[in-house]
Design a protein around this ligand. Structure first.
Ligand SMILES: Cc1cc2nc3c(=O)[nH]c(=O)nc-3n(C[C@H](O)[C@H](O)[C@H](O)COP(=O)(O)O)c2cc1C
Ligand code: SF4
Length: 218
């Protein structure tokens, strides 16, 4: 159709970049690899634990069909201490105090109201939401703030728990680790993904230039 497209979801490697380009993609979009790099704002202990799991090939990612209040499937790392664990999710008292994921609805008085399927159930239902739509919904606003070290602290020192979102190929981030290191930088990711492609592009250009010079001098 002549429309440029980019491949995403498990494309963060030199092999997958090559595959995408061979299929005619303009490029790739990479999330997980950078989310665990040194430059990422993710909480250091979460990064460390999941990188260790990835190195052992033990990271487990669950595509949760309910967690996101917006209804989109949401991929999460199954990790202790995060609300990927049922007891932690169940223990949290629902509160909606960030509001980034609220959805507008037409209120009976003609105004626009806002509701979120992860807010307190009674509030959601009072705003015309269906109780069944609240089941399993997680407060991603608070969880994602906790992921980057800005968890809100509630009464009695209750701290909001993180919920780490990652791609299915979490374990493949181990490819960016040097044997003697337990972290990697965003530059390592770019070099690793682009290395071969960039080298081949440079070789192509060199070949083309050489041909031009040979033609010009023939
Ligand atoms: C930390 C993180 C946050 C993300 N946030 C969003 C988001 O807000 N909306 C969205 O559509 N996708 C989001 N994604 C999914 C990325 O767009 C997805 O990871 C991307 O398509 C690349 O796939 P990869 O993570 O396998 O490299 C997020 C991914 C990560 C790792
Ligand atoms: S995710 Fe949480 S804070 Fe965000 S809008 Fe929903 S209930 Fe409110």
């Amino acid at each position: 159709m002549g429309v440029p497209f980019w491949m995403a979801g498990g494309y963060g490697s030199a092999d997958k970049l090559r595959e995408a380009l061979e299929q005619g993609a303009a490029g790739i979009q990479v999330g997980t690899a950078f989310a665990f790099s040194e430059e990422s704002g993710m909480r250091a202990d979460l990064k460390k634990t999941l990188i260790e799991q990835a190195r052992r090939g033990e990271g487990v990612v669950f595509t949760d069909p309910l967690a996101s209040p917006t209804g989109f499937p949401f991929k999460v790392a199954l990790l202790e201490g995060t609300s990927s664990q049922l007891p932690i999710y169940q223990e949290r008292k629902r509160v909606c105090d960030l509001g980034y994921l609220r959805e507008p609805f037409a209120a009976p008085d003609g105004n626009i109201g806002y509701r979120c399927a992860a807010e307190p159930v009674a509030n959601y239902v009072a705003k015309g939401g269906k109780v069944e739509d609240t089941v399993g919904r997680k407060c991603l606003c608070n969880a994602l703030m906790a992921n980057i070290g800005h968890a809100q602290v509630r009464k009695d020192d209750v701290v909001e728990s993180p919920l780490v979102t990652v791609g299915d190929d979490l374990n493949s981030i181990a490819q960016f680790l040097a044997p003697d290191r337990d972290s990697y930088s965003a530059v390592d990711v770019v070099h690793s993904i682009l290395g071969e492609t960039a080298r081949r592009a440079a070789a192509e250009e060199m070949r083309a230039r050489t041909e031009m010079v040979l033609l010009a001098t023939a």
